[in-house]
Design a protein around this ligand. Structure first.
Ligand code: GLY
Length: 358
């Protein structure tokens, strides 16, 4: 049984014991920044000493329900748990608290939490006093391999996800794999949903690697793409594989007050988008089944939930005026993943229907 088919609690102990709990380093050098990413076990306890040299002091922004930050007794702001924290009202509340704490441009924020905390705290850092430093300490698998790395920050609007945001690179990312041992099973699987996409970006054997190696390789891959295309003018868009349908699914879930994690939505989106690629003649049926089996293999659902009607999903997909009659999406194909423009909505409708029968 590999780590991807089970929760890693026991696996982590064994793996780190075998490997001597070494640390791995990845760096992203972009036009304007150098980001150090350190991956290891127990490194969260080194946080205070690892903060950037120029910072006068730091404020931790975190969420309830995650392991306490033992090595921290400085100021801490706790934001609500889950997607509901990703909104402008919470940005304002956090910023007001920073003002009360006397935070200035010489100070920085530590984002300690899952993807929501990294997105939200990063956006506050990008905008507070026109930009202060941020260090990410992601606590979920999803945030370790995606949200905590790459400098995309932002919040949602009632009309859609991540519609207000900024590119703002963290100065440092500390990825402590020990934190995964307490991750609730559903959050663990959600992270796998996001991780699976790297299998289509050149890391075919990702899920058969040891967990620590899989995280390192995912982070290295994302870092290399971000270094080449920080502002998503081309290649970085490939990291959104599964997200066209995934985001529509999340929007429908929010409208109906259904519980659906980001990774669950992306996993289902990957399969629906594979079906779309098949209908456009870009891949064969076996490749669609490969997508389906990979998603199922990590314990996630590969089919669209019955509550997400095709018409509701299409309505969300069409919300952008540019996409009244056609759509753009990252799709698989003979040359691998590519951004495909002008996909007729009728194909999308059929793909969504067919994906229910896979
Ligand atoms: N989550 C996709 C990206 O960072 O570009």
């Amino acid at each position: 049984m590999t780590w991807s088919r089970t929760h890693p609690t026991r696996w982590l102990d064994d793996a780190w014991a075998r490997r001597g709990r070494e640390r791995r380093h990845v760096q992203i050098v972009t036009g304007g920044a150098r980001v150090d990413i350190v991956i290891g076990a127990g490194i969260v306890d080194t946080l205070a000493g690892a903060l950037p040299v120029g910072w006068r002091r730091a404020v931790v922004v975190t969420e309830p329900g995650i392991p306490p930050l033992r090595a921290w007794d400085g100021p801490t702001i706790v934001v609500p748990r889950g997607e509901k924290a990703k909104r402008l009202r919470v940005v304002e509340q956090v910023a007001e608290q920073l003002v009360k704490l006397g935070v200035s441009r010489a100070d920085g924020i530590v984002a300690y939490g899952g993807g929501v905390v990294c997105d939200l705290a990063g956006f506050v850092a990008a905008t507070f006093h026109r930009g202060i430093g941020v260090v990410n300490v992601p606590t979920s698998l999803l945030a370790m391999v995606d949200a905590g790395v790459g400098g995309k920050t932002g919040v949602n609007l009632p009309s859609g996800k991540n519609l207000v945001g900024a590119f703002w690179q963290p100065e440092l990312v500390l990825i402590d794999l020990d934190l995964l041992s307490t991750l609730p099973a559903r959050q663990w699987r959600s992270g796998l949903g996001e991780t699976v996409k790297y299998s289509f970006l050149g890391l075919e054997s990702l899920l058969s690697l040891p967990l620590d190696e899989a995280v390192v390789r995912s982070v290295e891959l994302k870092a290399s793409i971000v270094a080449r295309d920080e502002r998503e003018s081309g290649e970085r868009a490939l990291l959104n594989y599964g997200h066209t349908v995934g985001h529509a699914l999340e929007a429908v879930a929010i409208a109906q007050r259904r519980r659906l994690t980001h990774g669950e939505a992306v996993a289902t989106g990957l399969v629906a988008e594979a079906q779309l690629a098949y209908q456009l003649g870009r891949i064969d049926r076996d490749r669609v089944i490969y997508h389906r089996d990979l998603v199922r293999g990590v314990g996630l659902s590969s089919t669209l939930p019955p509550w997400a009607a095709t018409s509701d999903l299409l309505e969300y997909l069409q919300r952008d005026k540019k996409h009244r009659t056609s759509l753009a999406s990252v799709l698989d194909g003979p040359r691998g993943l590519e951004l495909v423009e002008d996909i007729p909505l009728e194909h999308v409708r059929r793909a969504l229907e067919e994906a229910r029968r896979l």
